[in-house]
Design a protein around this ligand. Sequence first.
Ligand SMILES: [Zn+2]
Length: 95
Amino acid sequence: MAHLPVFPAGASEAGRIVTYQKAGTSNHNKLPSWALDVALLQPDGSVKWDAGALLLFSRLMLAANARVVWGGDWDHDGCTDDQQLHDWPHFELTG
Ligand SMILES: [Zn+2]
């Protein structure tokens, strides 16, 4: 299976960092997957994935399962300002 070469961006090549995971090591790549990316479909057909909307959605996810980690608050301290990488749509389960 071929993987997109996204890891080198910002790491060993110039550009914005888009992932800290090497190809195949993301929780998205486990089978079954331990991660998902979310966008919120609105009644008018538009899609929201701004930080505010995903912050509200993250509260539902965290209330549903304490093992959920949100890409807007990786260290799970309730603060979104202290993250090295914001991945607002990303949710994953811890082990
Ligand atoms: Zn993701």
